[in-house]
Write a protein that binds this ligand. Structure first.
Ligand code: HEC
Length: 344
């Protein structure tokens, strides 16, 4: 029950943050608590927090799936117009819900004055797959995906929706994510309601075809079916991501310390970095965090539940929404103990 409440709350936050950001605004924190009635689900939630591994999404996937299946038999007549109307209606509903739900101030223009782009590791612009791999992917796409996402990759809309997996909207949706995030989505949930009918290797090839169709260039070598390799490649604009703005999803790694008045602070923290997936790190990512160099930021942690008193002095990772005023902080969604000492 508590977990469900938290998942719903975070999903709403994520979706709102994305909507607000798309409109060129930022969120003015602090927002310690959002009170959300149980039944509230945002209508475009299929683009929110989706890690099929969690199993939390099954309800809505089932709904969309029935629609999606029914849709395929129908002609595509006026699908585009219907989609536009739907999107407009959706926006209206969302804005009302924002007004109803949020206790935060929306400050227009916050996102405009961004500092220059930071240098990053590999991005999708760095030739991370081969032409041969994308060609294999094209054939597998035709066999397993195009019935819903269409040869155009644009999906369809007519009461149900197979998402568009091409163009600005798609790329924005995955920006700040890694190829592991995108692959996890495909691996765990696609083909829709039949995820185990296609091998991981074929899905990987298909993903490289999707990258190619989105104009991310090919390189010399295949993209490897390897967690580390996939998590190494960021979906980001050419030249990397700009520094995160208030309200965006970020991750920081530091030493958990007590602040004033029973608060918690990450000291010696890395600078908060934008991410897409706010779920706690595990596996290879968690292991890598144990030896990742720390830095010199101080990051307040808000809304950590349960109180992490037992982890003071430990190396911990926090993911959540960035707060920049009055001081640097994270409204925490995932809190993970990485090591029992802070290390260097
Ligand atoms: C039976 C129809 C169907 C088939 C077949 C299908 N999909 Fe999907 N796909 C959907 C629906 C519906 C959604 C939206 C719901 C969701 O995100 O889970 C979706 C969403 C997606 C998304 C997420 C888009 C985004 O930005 O959120 C990706 C990526 C994707 N599909 C890739 C694939 C790939 C790759 C294949 C083939 C292996 C495939 N799909 C096969 C119906 C389908």
């Amino acid at each position: 029950m508590w977990t469900e409440y938290h998942m719903a709350r975070h999903e709403v936050r994520l979706t709102l943050a994305a909507i607000i950001e798309r409109r060129g605004a930022g969120i003015a924190f602090p927002t310690r608590t959002l009170h959300i009635p149980n039944e509230v689900r945002l209508a475009n939630e299929s683009h929110g927090l989706t890690d099929g591994r969690s199993g939390q999404d099954e309800g809505r996937m089932g709904r969309a799936g029935r629609n999606g299946t029914r849709e395929r038999a129908k002609p595509r007549r006026s699908a585009e117009r219907a989609k536009e109307g739907y999107t407009a209606a959706l926006k209206g509903v969302q804005m009302m819900r924002i007004a109803a739900l949020l206790t935060v101030g929306i400050v227009l223009g916050l996102g405009i004055d961004r500092a220059p782009v930071h240098a990053q590791g590999r991005t999708v612009f760095d030739g991370v797959y081969s032409e041969a791999q994308a060609a294999r992917g094209e054939a597998a796409y035709a066999a397993h995906c195009s019935s819903c996402h269409m040869p155009s990759l644009r999906g369809f809309f007519d009461g149900g929706m197979a998402a568009s997996i091409i163009g600005e909207g798609f790329v924005n949706n995955w920006t700040a994510g890694t190829l592991l995030d995108l692959f996890a989505k495909i691996k765990d949930t696609m083909p829709y309601e039949a995820a185990d009918t296609v091998s991981d290797a074929d899905k990987l090839d298909i993903m490289t075809y999707v990258l190619k169709r989105n104009a991310f260039p090919a390189g010399d070598a295949d993209l490897a079916l390897d967690e580390g390799a996939l998590s190494d490649v960021l979906v980001a604009p050419k030249g990397g991501l700009p520094p995160p703005a208030s309200g965006q999803m970020v991750r920081a790694l530091g030493c958990l310390s007590l602040g004033p008045n029973g608060t918690f602070v990450l000291t010696r923290s890395t600078a908060p970095k934008r991410i897409k997936n706010p779920l706690a790190s595990r596996g290879a990512a968690l292991k890598a965090a144990a030896t990742e160099p720390l830095a010199d930021a101080n990051v307040q942690l808000l809304d950590v539940f349960p109180k992490p008193t037992n982890h003071v002095g430990h190396r911990v990772e926090a993911k959540g929404l960035l707060i920049t005023e009055p001081s640097l902080g994270i409204n925490v969604i995932a809190f993970t103990m990485v090591a029992e000492n802070c290390g260097s």
